[in-house]
Design a protein around this ligand. Structure first.
Ligand code: SAH
Length: 396
């Protein structure tokens, strides 16, 4: 498909992380680039002693190269086909292919599938392709055709949704649209629950696939409880709580569209269920005065920190948010709390939640430590890939 455009030579000592298979080359590690390169080009990376280290996509920014292969091989049709096949094999071994109860899953999870810069979510026949690098954007048509080749009739359409995820748009001006076939917003199933998913207008690729197992766990804790699902988006946690036998469920989101979607989805699964109410509101406002109103509170905010320089503020926000929940949840209550910011480590998140607990002065115990599901695998050499962190806490 593409040929190697240039060789990138690293500064002395900067080859160490690549030798441990970490797939990123930071711009500060680069000594020289042999030829002119454009964003999205394939480049070879060598050490200061000209030792081969890897081949990857070049990008302008702090991560200059994302390594695709640590062996010196041709990055051709067979290479991509092999990587996609491996991704499919994993989902197949997880029981996610041809599964009538759950037909929404992540098919490609970037570094976790040896395909840095690429996310593909599968929605009951439609794959939503999201490129986070120019390299992955440029080969979108080729990869769609290969996906079709591998999935056959199971794949009806591939929709590209890279408009907002590409860092440098100047030269390529991406426009979202179908790469292959066509499909309409559809209803998907997750553990038998049904969701309306709209990849064209919805947030992210249309759905927060990564909370599947955690939503499932909420069912276990919902019986007889008054539940607050804060940052509900399309309402997944809400109807898991209804399914689990909650007494009442309140869904809150700042987006009116999200609340509309939540109502549609709750209606789809639990028509005319008076236990559920949904509110358009800011989380911090809504949680100002909820003392002893709820005995299960779910906090699944958006990534408060998208970049490293926003880290401090993000940790403060997690602390304040969690403090409000701990201060006000009923005695014997449960708090499910999450962070999906990649730059917030598991330990930092925990510290923020601990500080929130300390502010409340309540006795708080950890019942579960949660993460992303298996179709969002973490490459062991790339710990940054473990981005979703959650705690389930018991408040005496
Ligand atoms: N829990 C959801 C995903 C949550 S995504 C699920 O399982 O699908 C985060 C949501 O937070 C988005 O829907 C966004 O609209 C909402 N949001 C962002 N800022 C907010 C705020 N200040 N108050 C309330 N909701 C907010």
């Amino acid at each position: 498909m593409t040929n190697i455009s240039a060789t990138i030579v690293l500064n002395k000592g900067k080859e160490q992380s690549l030798k441990r298979f970490h797939p990123w080359v930071f711009s500060g590690a680069i000594k020289k680039i042999s030829d002119e390169v454009k964003e999205g080009d394939l480049v070879r990376v060598v050490s200061n002693n000209n030792e081969f280290l890897g081949i990857g996509h070049f990008q302008i920014g702090s991560i200059a190269v994302r390594i695709l292969s640590f062996t010196d091989q041709l990055i051709d049709r067979n290479f991509w086909l092999g990587r996609l096949q491996e991704a499919l094999n994993l989902r197949s071994s997880l029981g996610l292919l041809n599964n009538e109860h759950t037909n929404v899953f992540r098919l490609v999870h970037g570094e976790g599938d040896g395909l840095p810069g690429l996310i593909v979510d599968f929605y009951n026949g439609t794959a939503v392709y999201q490129a986070h690098t120019v390299g992955m954007y440029l080969i979108r048509h080729e990869l769609s055709v290969l996906l079709k080749e591998l999935m056959g009739e199971q794949l009806v359409a591939v929709y590209d949704k890279s408009e907002k995820t590409l860092p440098f748009k100047a030269d390529i001006e991406p426009v979202n649209g179908y790469l292959l076939g066509e499909s309409a917003p559809t209803i998907v199933a997750e553990y038998g629950n049904r969701f309306q998913v709209d990849w064209v207008d919805g947030q992210k690729t249309g759905f927060f696939v990564d909370q599947r197992e955690n939503r499932h766990l909420v069912k276990e804790y919902s019986k007889g409880r008054d539940v607050l699902n804060m940052f509900c988006y399309s309402g997944g946690f809400s109807f898991c709580a209804l399914q689990g036998g909650a007494q009442t469920v309140h869904s809150v989101d700042a987006s009116a569209k999200a609340i509309e979607l939540t109502r549609t989805n709750v209606e789809l699964n639990y028509p005319n269920d008076a236990r559920h109410e949904a509110f358009v509101a800011d989380a911090f406002d809504f949680m100002r005065d909820i003392k002893d109103k709820y005995d299960l509170i779910i906090l699944d905010p958006p990534a408060f920190a998208k970049h490293r320089n926003a880290l401090h503020q993000a940790l403060q926000a997690y602390k304040r948010l969690n403090a409000r929940a701990f201060e006000q949840v009923r005695s014997g209550g449960i708090v499910f709390t999450f962070s999906c910011s990649q730059v917030v480590s598991k330990d930092k998140f925990r510290e923020a939640v601990f500080s929130g607990a300390a502010i409340s002065g309540r006795k708080v115990r950890i019942l579960h430590q949660l993460t992303q599901p298996a179709d969002h695998p973490v490459n062991i050499y790339h710990p940054e890939g473990e981005y979703l962190k959650g705690l389930v806490l018991y408040v005496d």
